[in-house]
Design a protein around this ligand. Structure first.
Ligand code: PMP
Ligand code: GLU
Length: 402
């Protein structure tokens, strides 16, 4: 009998992490690899935030904190939700954890019984199905269509609901497609949810500030305030504030769920780093002007990458409306032959070919439950992005039809 539980045997390692680790190990061997496989802003954390962390150390804030996070941070999060989303929480309806990732995990562990179902649109972030399985639940993937801009359609939601459905998980702007749900999209989903009062909504808003098109960011409770009593709104500082390594995410929701999430966290990680919590406090309360600068930079990088990729025969992508990923259809490439005689049959084969031949790390679409695509993160400098796209074009031009 092996050491692994049956539950863990069904869980796949994160593909974003796996491709990034492979890129790092190839670099350690002396190869030049451009890493576009991990959703991580290349910007430095703004100085005033870093200074707040240094001050926290100097002031001796280096001890355990409350499980849900320090009170001033929870108060700042209450203000953030009020100011930016029009949501009203009290500090005891807020909890802070080691990144939005842990909040999602805590919520699922706190709420799922064996066999409970969680609906989410695909393409989806690599971690959703695996976290659901780890928590004992059953992932219910609802495919979205590129012609709908990868937005989940109300009928598709209704068709996926069963007596076992516990959650609908939504992520807008979406990783990996960049789809942004409009207020109207959310209202239409809310109409269905009103027929099923036992289904909760998990709104993953981690890319909130990274919206480039006409559709404004909207979160479920803003669109449907009557769903507040069964919605968990998750957010964090990783993406908008260039703070991925600090590991601070937060959530606001009904007190019963927040308390249960605190129990999960109190029996596992306790809380996120005390110093990082002071940094997050400064991030939320301090100067916000750099967010617009980051966003403008991401937007011009997006346009650059989409333009260059669409010039490569066999690849095509629409202009994503948010986040910092391009989800590229590579079905026109699949089936071709590499110079060494290998058939590129899957998006994984193509991603590995790009790693080896172009020196560019991307993530295969299958990791996001969407075969025939690759995901490219454009959270890198323009110079690197140009180099990467040219290298991809070069590698693609060496392929021949089988
Ligand atoms: N949700 C989505 C959709 C993401 O892409 C990420 C990125 N890691 C997260 C949540 C979690 O972010 P973090 O844990 O760094 O806050
Ligand atoms: N969410 C980012 C990504 O999808 C960071 C890596 C991860 O946590 O998966 O690349």
């Amino acid at each position: 009998m092996g050491i692994l539980s049956a539950k863990l045997s069904a869980v796949k390692p994160s593909q974003t992490k796996a491709m990034t680790a492979l890129a790092a190990s190839m670099r350690a061997e002396g190869k030049t690899i451009i890493t576009l496989s991990q959703g991580e802003p290349d910007f430095k954390t703004p100085d005033h935030i870093s200074r707040a962390a240094i001050k926290a150390i100097q002031d001796g804030h280096t001890k355990y904190t409350a499980v849900a996070g320090i009170a001033p941070l929870r108060e700042a999060i209450v203000r953030k939700f009020q100011r930016e989303n029009g949501l009203n929480f009290t500090p005891d309806q807020i909890t802070v954890g080691c990144g939005a990732k842990q909040l999602l995990f805590n919520a699922l562990v706190a709420s799922l019984d064996e066999g409970d179902e969680v609906i989410f649109p695909t393409p989806c972030w690599v971690s959703y199905p695996e976290m659901i399985k780890l928590a004992g639940g059953v992932p219910v993937a609802v495919e979205t269509d590129v012609k709908d801009g990868f937005i989940m359609q109300p009928d598709a939601l209704r068709a996926a609901i069963s007596p076992k459905t516990k959650w609908l998980m939504l992520n807008s702007p979406s990783n990996p497609t960049g789809a942004v749900y409009s207020r109207q999209n959310l209202e239409e989903l809310a109409v269905i949810l009103r027929d099923y009062p036992n289904i909760w909504v998990l709104s993953d808003d981690i890319y909130e500030h990274l919206v480039y098109g006409e559709t404004e960011f909207c979160t479920m409770v803003e669109a449907a305030p009557d769903l507040a009593s069964r919605t968990l709104t998750v957010n964090g500082v990783s993406k908008s504030y260039a703070m991925t390594g600090w590991r601070v995410g937060y959530a606001g929701g009904p007190i019963e769920l927040i308390k249960a999430m605190n129990t999960v966290q109190g029996q596992s990680t306790s809380h996120t780093c005390s110093i990082a919590q002071y940094a997050a406090l400064e991030a939320l309360d301090g100067d916000q002007s750099f967010i617009r600068e980051f966003r403008d930079a991401f937007k011009s990088r997006r346009d650059l990458v989409v333009g260059m990729l669409n010039n490569i025969p066999g690849l095509k992508c629409d202009i994503p409306q948010g986040a910092f990923y391009v989800f590229v259809d590579c079905q026109g490439i699949l089936g071709s032959l590499t110079p060494s005689g290998q058939h590129l049959e899957t998006d994984m084969d193509f991603a590995m070919y790009l790693m080896e031949e172009a020196g560019v790390a991307v993530v295969p679409g299958s990791g996001f439950l969407a075969d025939g695509f690759i995901r490219i993160s454009y959270a890198a400098s323009e110079e690197e992005l140009k180099k990467a796209c040219n290298a991809i074009a070069d590698a693609a031009s060496k392929l021949s039809r089988a």
